[in-house]
Write a protein that binds this ligand. Structure first.
Ligand SMILES: Cc1cc2nc3c(=O)[nH]c(=O)nc-3n(C[C@H](O)[C@H](O)[C@H](O)COP(=O)(O)OP(=O)(O)OC[C@H]3O[C@@H](n4cnc5c(N)ncnc54)[C@H](O)[C@@H]3O)c2cc1C
Length: 432
């Protein structure tokens, strides 16, 4: 098993040109910094609205979390629907959930409108419970979906076996309107579309500093009326806002293509994308060429400050999955890769203006591709239609109350503060 992102391997099989780095001083109406799911969607909205847009990306577009992700497109993220209902109450939870479901729609509409080749698969979601506690969590999801009038099917142990033969799953909830994609191909294909729409994109271009209306890069600069910052792993030297985000680490691995028989043994009716109820959950789905994509992690490495690169953690996750599905024992996993997802302390993204530089807006801590797509689009809309923001501002604003406040963060450090805050938001928090 080699340490390489499978989506990079697939990208090498396509003809996508790289964009050259910025080596001059230029200007535009709006500068977007960061070419992940959020930045690409912000740039798309603005160029379609007639603005002169420049996008600067440190790596290649999609080269960080977006292009390392598993490509599950579902409104679920680190916060299940039941957890949103507990925290916000049904009415507000409906609005917050709609942020992520609109994000799914945005991506799917884009793929269909522009015929983006990114291995789009319509795959239902299946959340499966392990043991009594897991069953309880699945029940809570069913209860929340019922409350919000969202369709679902609940499977008890024996019925569940007919759609997913995992040995120890006790209860499962299935719902549709969810998809799987190759997220790096999506980002790179969207880059091509943006170029044809007139966006100037520079890859391998890191913004090192924002001074007034000018963003400095290591080889040039961009001066813009407005700036939208959609970057990850922000350094404290970049902005004081860096203290608002940390990250959670997860690992992925891809198998050789499965035989039809193995697929049928795993998913007797049709394949679904799945995740389980463990705190550090295991997630898996099939790709278009029938490879099994498996993700997961460990409690010890989730909040580690650097990428952990040895295969030990993901091998353990794969071992656990093979225990659920002994039919997979002969299946080989060929590549694996780690990735760190930026999070805020309460697992809800930040989309807000800089209090000292109101022409600068931040999109940070989007946990999930749909959240990122929506938040990038939303940040762009806010520039042109300020009224539009009023529905979502209260959830996404930067000034929020946290279980462990910033004053204590200075003493406890980021890792402890974020892990405690994340757990609090997931399992205890009420209100916002
Ligand atoms: C292993 C893994 C699996 C995941 N699986 C899923 C999944 O199945 N489904 C799902 O919905 N979500 C998944 N996620 C989460 C999802 O990938 C992220 O939530 C989403 O991609 C965030 O998008 P973004 O645009 O906000 O950030 P990013 O994709 O991280 O984009 C930020 C961009 O900014 C660039 N950048 C950073 N600093 C600078 C700078 N100074 N100058 C210029 N550019 C800069 C980076 O290179 C990067 O391209 C997963 C994440 C990981 C790591």
């Amino acid at each position: 098993m080699i340490l390489q992102n499978w989506w990079y391997t697939t990208l090498l099989n396509t003809k996508v040109d790289a964009c050259s780095p910025l080596i001059e001083n230029i200007s535009c109406d709006v500068l977007v910094v960061g070419g992940g799911m959020a930045g690409l969607h912000a740039a798309k909205y603005l160029t379609e609205a007639g603005r002169k847009v420049v996008l600067l990306e440190r790596n290649i577009c999609g080269g960080s979390s977006t292009g390392k992700s598993a490509g599950f497109l579902t409104p679920d993220s680190e916060l299940e629907l039941g957890q949103l209902v507990r925290r916000y109450g049904s009415e507000d939870a409906k609005v917050v959930w709609s942020i992520a479901s609109q994000g799914v729609d945005l991506i799917i509409q884009n793929i269909k409108k522009h015929d983006i080749k990114c291995d789009l698969l319509k795959q239902d979601s299946l959340f499966v419970g392990l043991g009594q506690k897991g069953s309880q969590e699945v029940q809570e999801e069913a209860y929340a979906r019922k409350k919000l009038n969202l369709p679902f099917t609940l499977y008890h142990k024996e019925e569940l076996k007919k759609i997913n033969t995992g040995r120890e799953y006790t209860l499962g909830i299935q719902y549709s309107d969810t998809y799987g994609i190759n997220p790096l191909l999506y980002a790179q294909e969207l880059k091509k579309i943006l170029l044809t729409l007139g966006v100037k994109i520079y890859e391998s271009t890191e913004v090192t500093e924002i001074k007034g209306h000018t963003a400095k890069t290591h080889l040039g600069s961009v001066t813009a009326e407005n700036i939208i910052i959609c970057i990850d792993k922000m350094k404290p030297s970049f902005s004081r806002v860096a203290k608002q985000t940390y990250h959670a680490q997860t690992f992925l691995s891809i198998s050789e293509p499965l035989e039809k028989k193995d697929i049928k043994d795993m998913f007797p009716i049709t394949d679904v994308m799945c995740w389980d109820s463990k705190l550090v959950y295991t997630y898996y789905r099939l790709t278009g060429d029938n490879r099994l994509l498996v993700g997961g992690g460990s409690a010890l490495t989730t909040f580690s400050s650097m990428d952990v690169t040895p295969p030990k953690i993901i091998e353990r996750v794969i071992g656990g999955l093979k225990k659920q599905f002994p039919i997979l024992n002969h299946v080989e996993f060929i590549q694996y890769w780690p990735g760190r997802i930026d999070t805020t302390k309460d697992l809800i993204p930040i989309v807000d203006f800089d209090s000292q530089m109101p022409h600068v807006q931040y999109v940070l801590g989007c946990v999930g591709l749909p959240w990122a797509a929506f938040c990038g689009d939303y940040a762009a809309r806010r520039l042109l239609e300020p009224e539009y923001c009023h529905i979502y501002c209260k959830y996404l604003k930067i000034q929020r109350k946290y279980f462990i406040p910033f004053t204590l963060q200075r003493i406890l450090g980021k890792m402890i503060t974020f892990s405690l805050n994340n757990i609090f938001s997931k399992y205890i928090q009420k209100g916002y």
